[in-house]
Design a protein around this ligand. Structure first.
Ligand code: ISJ
Length: 385
């Protein structure tokens, strides 16, 4: 008679990872039924530019701008299946780390999460003034589009639980990539993003998307009417993706869209680009496109360099991991990297919510401010009971 493996809850596993000072990621892919969880037992989590093709299985967590913040990789030394409650270890997982983790897992835990080492900066109240300056810079021909973002604190409710909030996000946003990531020294981020940056599925199909243009969700998605401003704004993201393909001399791709999609309380315009990696015989396309794409015109601007410099000089705060990219690498379903949007960072008693909006010469500063408020509500509403 075999002994049965002990079972745990996601909250027990999450809290143990924090007590053990380990990095943990829990996520659910869009429209997927199951939640996946991985924990790294490595002492060094930091990596340079990610190489996706030969990577171990794990979860990438990368900032908007590499420099002050690092690219981290949460290697799947441990995996957890919340449905069965069973924890699995990888054959190459460090033995001492495993022993310590299982010892701590047997003990009772409380709600806790990793906090950031550096204090998160907040934007001042001059969002509309920065948008006004952006419009002036665009009219002066410095760039065509720039994405200006802001952040805002919101009190955490009494007895806040990251895992219970993650579960609420799963329920509220079945069409999103829902995630809870907690890394020592970096902190804890929760979100429900609609935007793929790079994915490569189990059939070796590469996928990226141009997602931009925003309006509040209407009853019928297909009845949405888009203004010229949003059509052009999304077109710029498409053009940017096509310019990346062109740099790699890749001509064999399929393009579908733009179509209207619903993301929580909002609608966006989306064009999907797919490449069959078996047909084009380009196994490193994922890593090479990742390097070229980030930061795309959906979260930075066009052309990239002047827009990035404008953001760094004028936005007035540090985005850290907001509008960075993250997701599973070489897991059962392949690699799926998303843009870290509709997200919040957890402090001890507060969450910081982040959102941005694409600014073009047609922008109205007040409307853009409301758009960022709608985007923050996607995630902020789950804190309100
Ligand atoms: C920048 C954000 O979203 C991005 C910007 C959009 C826009 O400007 O319309 C739409 C979708 C995203 O690509 C955000 O959610 O913070």
């Amino acid at each position: 008679m075999g002994t049965q493996a002990p079972t745990y809850t996601l909250a027990e596993v999450f809290n143990t990872a924090v007590v053990a000072n380990r990095a943990i990621a829990a996520w659910r892919l869009p429209h997927a039924a199951s939640v996946q969880v991985c924990i790294s037992l490595q002492d060094d989590l930091f990596i340079g530019q990610p190489v996706l093709e030969n990577s171990a299985a794990g979860f990438l967590f990368c900032p908007f701008q590499v420099g002050k913040y690092k690219n981290s990789f949460i290697k799947a030394d441990l995996e957890f299946d919340p449905l069965t409650g069973i924890v699995f270890s990888a054959p190459d997982a460090p033995v001492a780390g495993l022993k310590e983790f299982y010892t701590l897992l047997a003990e009772p835990t409380n709600n806790s999460w990793h906090l950031p080492e550096s204090i998160a900066q907040l934007t001042s109240e001059n969002y509309t003034a920065v948008v006004q300056q952006s419009i002036a810079a665009i009219e002066a021909g410095e760039m065509e589009k720039v994405v200006i973002s802001r952040n805002q604190k919101q009190q955490l409710p009494e007895n806040f639980s990251p895992v219970a909030t993650f579960n609420k996000l799963l329920e509220s946003y079945p069409e999103a990539f829902v995630s809870l990531v907690s890394v020592p020294g970096i902190g804890t981020w929760l979100g429900a993003t609609p935007e793929i940056l790079v994915s490569i599925d189990a059939d070796q199909v590469f996928h990226t998307m141009a997602l931009a243009g925003t309006q509040p969700a209407t009853e019928k998605v297909n009845d949405a009417i888009w203004r010229q401003k949003e059509i052009e704004e999304q077109g710029m993201v498409e053009r940017y993706i096509l310019s990346c393909f062109k740099k790699l001399r890749l001509r064999e791709y399929t393009e579908i869209g733009p179509r209207t999609i619903k993301a929580g309380n909002l609608l966006h315009l989306r064009t999907d680009f797919k490449v069959d990696l078996k047909e084009v015989d380009y196994p490193a396309l994922g890593s090479e496109m990742l390097q070229l794409l980030h930061p795309t015109s959906a979260i930075c601007g066009l052309p990239k360099e002047p827009a990035l410099q404008f953001i760094l000089a004028r936005e007035g705060y540090d985005r850290s991991y907001y509008s960075g990219y993250f997701g599973p690498v070489n897991c059962a379903a392949g690699t799926s990297l998303f843009v870290n949007l509709r997200c919040m960072q957890l402090l001890s008693h507060e969450a910081i919510l982040y959102a941005g909006a694409g600014i073009t010469s047609e922008s109205d500063p007040e409307k853009e401010w409301h758009e960022t408020q709608h985007k923050m509500n996607t995630i902020g509403s789950v804190l309100n009971g």
